[in-house]
Write a protein that binds this ligand. Structure first.
Ligand code: 4AD
Ligand code: MG
Length: 452
């Protein structure tokens, strides 16, 4: 493997034989030499290479334009300019792959809207390079959080026959010719879909391995064109045996704090860049999220506070209705001024698997709301009592035959258990300050968009 620019820039001392391979960000020529600013994606910073007119390969310097791939051999020396510690004095230059004047990223300052139309090239910009390096590190931090706490990673299926959320937002998977709908003849001899959540399968493993988590792609055919919804997104779903709603909320809050801290500590360059160019309040908000306690509010109290807020919302606030994103954001941004976990929702607006509270009207559900986004986590304690689960399923018109294996968990060694789903893209929006979900996922799938 070649040494990356990140590694060269971290060198303790000058170095005689270095090889740098990357893409030209800019080139400046003078009579006797040229400056090449190279970036190889390993970090935000470029490595400046000074190429004298006489060095082998200089005859092709005119083709070393913005976007071209080059290889430079030379010496790593202290940079006299002072803007960076090191620069490279080239002893040889090789044009690896040219990029002509049609390369779309010639200049800085393109809008995110334009850059979405060149999603195959946008990771080569400072902004998207930063976002996707952060995405990778945060993904690792998610695994670390769980592995440090004794959770096992379970790979739940992407193809499934069950609708976990019961919202009817599933993409169908079929090999039947268009027009045919005899599912007995279909590939799986039944209707199949892309999963909306790994939870139900996750529960089977939690009641075997104790603490588990899934972290994978999930799919929702909800036709909502918002800045917070994607048709394909990654969800982090822990599931814990012998755990109640309080333990569930504690874990979710601890995880959001842990990941905010990870952003502060592990991506300092990207944080500085994002804080400067994307969201000037980012660092302060991350410090706040990582360091200060969150609030908790029962749903009934949240509704009461909203109704007494004196605010006119687009959607009215009524007990028994889902909180809209404007309500969620007002609670966390204006009322609490910190992340807040709303819990104990009316059973009518929540899925069949949530545990019925003793009041008979609410379920042990929770949503964690954060400023700028609203809901980032949705979870609950699960109904572990066979008779109550059956009644819930009947109320939701779910057939016990299709979920027989899920019901079985309540027949054999049933235990109180709980879990949640943390949307990975929404988490990335929180820690990068990026306000559109389309900009934190490599190739966004939204209604009407599946090009790349
Ligand atoms: O609240 P949701 O629908 O919960 C579940 O799917 C549960 N089965 C999770 C569980 O208890 N294991 O989704 C969980 C989170 C949301 O809070 C949100 O962060 C994210 O997933 N999410 C989306 N993110 C992007 N685009 C969408 N269309 C999303 N829908 C949900
Ligand atoms: Mg939810």
């Amino acid at each position: 493997m070649n040494t990356t620019i990140r590694e060269w820039l971290a060198m303790e001392s000058a170095c005689d034989a270095v090889v740098v391979q990357g893409w030209v960000r800019t080139r400046r020529d003078s009579k006797a030499f040229s400056f090449l600013e190279l970036n190889d994606g390993s970090c935000l910073r470029n490595l400046q290479c000074v190429v004298d007119a006489g060095v082998p390969g200089y005859d092709r310097i005119a083709e070393c334009t913005t976007g071209a791939a080059v290889r430079v051999e030379g010496r790593l020396v202290a940079s006299p300019g002072g803007a960076q510690k090191w620069e490279v004095r080239a002893t040889a230059l090789e044009l690896v792959g040219g990029a002509d004047e049609t390369f779309p990223l010639q200049k800085k300052g393109h809008t995110p809207e334009f850059l979405r139309t060149v999603a195959h090239l946008r990771p080569r910009t400072n902004l998207y390079g930063s976002i996707f390096r952060v995405r990778s590190r945060l993904s690792y931090a998610v695994h670390r959080f769980f592995q440090e706490r004794g959770f096992f990673h379970v790979h739940t299926p992407i193809l499934t026959a069950s609708d976990c959320e019961g919202a009817g937002e599933m993409f169908r998977v079929t090999t039947l010719p268009a027009g045919e709908d005899d599912f007995a003849k279909d590939f799986f001899a039944r209707q199949a879909f892309l999963t909306v959540s790994g939870q139900l399968e996750g529960e089977t493993f939690a009641t075997a391995l104790g603490r588990i988590y899934t972290f994978g792609p999930t799919f929702r055919a909800e036709n909502s064109n918002t800045t917070r919804h994607a048709a394909e997104f990654w969800m982090i779903e822990p599931e814990m045996a012998f755990c109640d709603l309080a333990g569930d909320m504690e874990t979710a809050e601890a995880q959001v704090k842990y990941l905010a801290r990870a952003m502060l500590e592990e991506s300092p360059e990207e944080l500085e860049f994002l804080n400067k160019f994307v969201d000037k309040g980012l660092r302060e908000r991350l410090e706040f999220v990582a360091g200060r306690p969150f609030e908790r509010l029962p749903y009934a109290e949240a509704v009461d506070i909203l109704q007494r807020s004196g605010r006119t919302f687009e959607y009215p606030v009524e007990y028994g209705q889902n909180l809209q994103s404007e309500h969620e954001r007002w609670l966390t941004e204006e009322h609490c001024r910190c992340p807040v976990t709303v819990f104990d929702y009316p059973k009518e607006i929540k899925p069949f698997y949530m545990r019925l509270n003793d009041d008979g009207r609410t379920v042990a559900a929770m949503d964690l709301l954060v400023p700028g986004i609203g809901e980032i986590v949705g979870g609950s304690q699960r109904e572990e009592r066979l008779d109550v689960l059956r009644a819930n399923m009947a109320r939701h018109h779910l057939s016990e035959e299709s979920y027989w294996w899920y019901v079985d968990l309540r027949r054999y060694g049933s235990v109180p258990h709980a879990g949640y789903g943390l949307g990975f893209e929404r988490l990335l929006m929180l820690v990068t300050g990026v306000s559109n979900i389309r900009d934190v996922i490599p190739f966004a799938r939204t209604p009407g968009h599946c090009e790349f």
